[in-house]
Design a protein. Sequence first.
Length: 116
Amino acid sequence: MKMIRLFSGNDGQSHFEDIEIKLAPVHVAHFSMPFATDNIRFGRIEGVDEISWHTQDEPCYIVILQGSMELEIGDGTKQVLKAGDILLAEDTTGQGHITRSINGQGWKFLIAPAKK
């Protein structure tokens, strides 16, 4: 299982990195190791085409539940996240990223602060 990491580099720019989430068999399912978080929230974004340059308030996990969104970082690299994709958003400093809707459609998501 893959998670996309969005993080602040020493250069003041945000970067993407793919992280493999290792799963181990437990009875009839496969599970990862626990990820620490205090709470989860659910949200939706509608009627917004673009959220200009911004950073995350705190590191968090974001799981897209419905719809899709596009992220762009300073070097022009773009990632489209769609339903089922997992993002670890850790770009809390620097230039940050742009968030865009796809074809004017919104998205629904789960968000949980990432604890170290």
